[in-house]
Design a protein around this ligand. Structure first.
Ligand code: HEM
Length: 484
């Protein structure tokens, strides 16, 4: 049914007059296709069509440019194209994509929904923003270039970018990659019943990933002494270069091994998210709100996900082709190496992540992917298949975070407001924006549940770190500005 709808849309799209930029885009694909380009991508035996009948291989090349650079419109050209962008049509195509299913990267084992995958994409594109010096962020669309595309934390996100490539191809210059990644995340949240604020288009794309090189430097202390990866300090935002924020299994000790200890993870989170510029409210709403959706992927141990783009290019192999179960897809996917969903409704927005944290006793064990994760101590609980990461458990091992977990578990509306606010802040931070930036309310499908406005001044509710390298101060919870 969805495929039918997509086919109809494709016909409309072909019938429409093609803008110059779309012709340019297409001729650049043909030019690439005529030459021996990235064998890591084109050498893969992956065939098939995606939305609007676009070949998977063309989509892969468009999504992850083999030459690690791409043509992007300049300021003026982008502003003009953005002014003409049909936001409603983009939203519709993205909404249809959520519940489509393509053999290239099937979502049957992911509850027949690409939504959670796109939420992760948007978060991983935006998360590298650091408050310490304003570097990073999704504006620039650099997730598709080195170094970010080869970060271990971004494993398999090339598939999410490829799924989006036909939409980029359809809308051309007016829809930047940065906007497309973040819009896909926001529409995904909406389509699963979650709250969002008006979405703004206007992130300007970069032509390569150079601006992210600074985020990829080995970490050092202020005196220039090299630090262990996993123990980074400011100006680095993340604790570990190659991860978005912190190690999910727990912070690493001096030997580089994870300490599977939620209390230590809470300190790690406080440091890292603080340097990224987030306050405690935003931290808890984002981690638990994000993990209302989807699952972690670690189908089998020891075999890993395969080659990152940079290695695949050099060794003429496929990108993250997967090594479990023969095809590395669907139920055989390995991304992080953890395995399982957080809730029993992974494609429905709710506060069960928080309720589960409080209502269950959790114990650590090694999952099928060979990493430490957490399961319910009561093996007959209705949540017995649910998981928590050590970094999720951290939220009940810091008194300030725990008070918020309790608040969000009790009051869905407060979570809705906090999450929508924090998501907007996350996805809009950093980068260069067009003067033609335009914002629009995306359809709210909360059935009237998300009606109550949140506090106007979130910054006053919880303090933000004042200076570049300062971590969050010790917090006490002030009264709720609305008194609820
Ligand atoms: C302490 C911070 C966080 C850590 C350590 C963390 C860790 C992880 C890990 C290990 C995965 C599994 C990836 C895979 O194997 O497919 C994952 C998935 C996911 N994360 Fe997070 N995460 C964090 C914060 C967030 C935030 C802030 C959001 C969004 C607001 C988010 C949204 C998601 C979603 C939706 C998935 C599921 C993706 C899917 O089903 O394909 N995470 N996260």
């Amino acid at each position: 049914m969805v495929l039918l709808k997509i086919a109809t849309l494709a016909a409309v799209c072909v019938a429409a007059e093609q803008p110059d930029d779309l012709n340019l885009l297409q001729s650049s694909i043909q030019r690439e296709a005529g030459k021996p380009v990235n064998p890591g991508m084109l050498g893969c035996d992956i065939t098939g069509k995606l939305q609007f009948g676009v070949d998977v291989k063309d989509a892969m090349m468009l999504a992850d440019p083999p030459k690690n650079k791409d043509k992007v419109p300049g300021k003026g050209k982008y502003a003009k194209a953005l002014a003409k962008l049909d936001i409603k049509a983009v939203e519709k195509d993205l909404t249809d994509l959520m519940t489509a299913n393509f053999d290239y990267w099937p979502n049957d084992a992911d509850y027949n929904n690409y939504g959670p995958f796109f939420v992760r994409l948007a978060w991983h594109c935006s998360g590298p923003f650091r408050g310490t010096d304003g570097q990073g962020g999704c504006s620039g669309g650099r997730l598709r270039f080195e170094p970010e595309r080869s970060w271990p934390d971004n494993t398999n996100l090339d598939k999410a970018r490829t799924l989006l490539a036909p939409i980029k191809k359809k809308y051309g210059d007016g829809l930047s990659w940065g906007d497309l990644y973040t819009a896909a995340g926001s529409i995904a949240i909406q389509s699963m019943g979650g709250p969002t604020k008006p979405f703004c288009f206007g992130r300007m794309d970069d032509r390569d990933g150079k601006k992210s090189d600074i985020l990829n430097e080995p970490c050092k202390d202020p005196d220039g002494k090299k630090l262990l990866n996993g123990q980074c300090v400011g100006p680095w935002g993340q604790s570990t270069v190659g991860l978005i924020y912190v190690n999910p299994e727990g912070p690493v000790d001096n030997d580089g091994n994870p300490r599977v200890d939620p209390s230590l993870s809470a300190i790690d989170i406080q440091d890292s998210f603080g340097r990224m510029g987030m306050n405690a409210m935003e931290i808890v709403a984002l981690i638990g709100g994000g993990h209302a959706f989807g699952k972690v992927h670690g189908a089998c141990a020891d075999k890993g996900p395969g080659d990152a783009p940079a290695t695949a290019l050099a060794s003429k192999s496929c990108i993250w082709s997967g090594t479990c179960g023969g095809d590395g897809k669907g139920a055989n996917t390995v991304s992080s190496g953890f395995e399982g969903p957080w809730t029993n409704n992974p494609t429905k927005w709710d506060n069960d992540f928080f309720k589960g944290l409080l209502e269950e006793k959790w114990e650590k064990h090694k999952g099928p992917g060979g990493h430490w994760q957490w399961q319910t101590a009561n093996r007959t609980s209705t949540r017995k298949t649910n998981i928590r990461l050590t970094s999720d458990m951290a939220l009940v091992h810091n008194p300030v975070y725990k008070a918020m977990v309790e608040m969000f578990a009790k009051d869905q509306n407060t979570l809705d407001n906090a999450f929508a606010h924090a998501w907007q802040q996350l996805t809009e931070a950093g980068g260069t924006w067009s003067t033609a930036r335009k914002c629009q309310e995306i359809p709210i499908n909360m059935n009237g549940k998300f009606g109550k406005p949140g506090p106007k001044d979130w910054a006053a509710w919880f303090p933000r770190p004042a200076s570049a390298t300062q971590s969050l101060p010790t917090l006490t919870i002030p009264p709720h500005p609305q008194g609820n």
